[in-house]
Design a protein around this ligand. Structure first.
Ligand code: TTP
Ligand code: MG
Length: 382
């Protein structure tokens, strides 16, 4: 089953501003050159759609209500919807804030019909969030997503086993998963307009228009898609450890190694949008004696400075009487990152900004493009 919220951001705004119900609402960037994130169905009638310049939307729909996005609220609703979905499926694969695949294989024992499952999910979402979703149920992901879109808004569409190929045959080729504007144009130029045209084509001919995509498109056209629902498994911990080629004996070197592990762990936490309440330090000495010390903090952390400060406290609880063979830092008891400015607002928000800037640079130019100072000595040696 694929569940997708109708005009998601705009519907949330209409829910929270009841006077906007039934009116064209356009959610988009507040800047003059911003684009439309989404438009209510009332606004879509004027030709307004996602990714259109807000200025263009104003021309098409001068009476529209233009609202800036409130991502925190949308994320919260998304979490609520996710919780509802969890009642219906163990394996859930979110695609974005407002849509997900649910593997409902085997749910038949709780519901008399497939339609019943879809109605029940939609009813729960409406009751608990005040919002409307559309649902599609089909033998695979490609068809379920296509189905949820077919009867939008407030739609339920079921593609039963055996009817896959015939039901989608009349639809335009653009409905095939992976066919964007470019491929669509190529296919049309070669005379393929509907999915039926792809079904009846031979793969060799199709290759001339669609290249390496041809075989996949041919299968999709017949309603075949073998991709499984891939649930996000919650990560329980994030750790980083190194066994050193030569045992570390210099306290400054040990300290620096800990700082580096903290940096790696902090970055991975931020990348996964997680923060940790428990930090543990593992030390293995030359004799293979291994000690682990952990501390659980009240405030979840995701900055190197915070994790390092915690690790330093843990180090004080260990007596370093021999060489260090292995060092590791692990972050666990993972939760949502702290809201900005909750604690030590000024200092922390400066650190958060710095961390975000470094993350962005490393993301774009690679890990070694920018490093915190404590990494430096290593490179000098090299
Ligand atoms: P969609 O599900 O594509 O659109 P929608 O929910 O607004 O409308 P529909 O009823 O057709 O499903 O996207 C979900 C949200 O993601 C949407 O409300 C706003 C956001 N979004 C953008 O910010 N930019 C975009 O280009 C698109 C397509 C969506
Ligand atoms: Mg949607």
């Amino acid at each position: 089953m694929h569940v997708d919220m109708d005009a998601f951001f705009a519907s949330v705004e209409q829910r929270d501003h009841p006077e906007w119900k039934g009116k064209p609402v356009i959610v988009g960037g507040a800047l003059p050159r911003g684009v439309v994130a989404t438009a209510s169905y009332e606004a879509r009638r004027f030709g307004v759609h996602s990714a259109m310049a807000v200025s263009r939307a104003r021309q098409l729909c001068p009476q529209g209500i233009f609202a800036p996005p409130r991502f925190e609220i949308y994320k919260e609703v998304s979490r609520q919807v996710r919780k509802i979905m969890e009642r219906y499926a163990q394996d859930i694969e979110p695609l974005s804030l407002d849509e997900a695949f649910l593997d409902i294989t085997g749910m038949g024992y709780r519901f008399a019909t497939l339609g019943e499952i879809a109605r029940s999910v939609k009813a729960d979402i409406l009751k608990e969030t005040g919002l409307i979703a559309s649902a599609g149920i089909a033998p695979n992901k490609f068809l379920a997503k296509l189905a949820s879109d077919l009867r939008k808004p407030d739609g339920i569409c079921i593609i039963p086993y055996g009817q896959e190929a015939s039901l989608i045959a009349p639809l335009p080729v653009r409905r095939l998963w992976g066919v964007g504007r470019v491929t669509e144009e190529k296919l049309q130029a070669a005379g393929y307009r509907t999915i039926r045209d792809i079904q009846t084509a031979c793969v060799q001919d199709l290759e001339k228009a669609a290249g390496s995509q041809a075989a996949v498109l041919h299968e999709l056209a017949w309603g075949i898609d073998r991709r499984p629902v891939q649930p996000e498994r919650e990560i329980q911990s994030i750790g980083d450890e190194t066994t050193y080629e030569q045992d570390l004996t210099d306290p400054r070197e040990i300290d620096r190694a800990v700082a580096i592990h903290c940096d790696v762990v902090a970055r991975r936490l931020r990348k996964n949008h997680r923060a940790a309440q428990t930090i543990s330090l593992k030390v293995r000495f030359s004799s293979f004696r291994t000690v682990t010390r952990a501390v659980t903090r009240e405030d979840p952390v995701d900055l190197q400075e915070e994790i390092y400060e915690t690790a330093r406290r843990l180090m004080k609880r260990i007596s370093f009487t021999e060489g260090v063979r292995l060092l590791g830092i692990t972050a666990s008891k993972l939760t949502e990152p702290m809201e900005e400015g909750t604690l030590f607002p000024d200092r922390r928000s400066a650190l958060v900004k710095a961390a975000k800037a470094v993350d962005a640079i490393q993301e774009k130019y690679g890990d070694t493009s920018i490093r915190r100072g404590f990494w430096l000595e290593d490179q000098k040696k090299e």
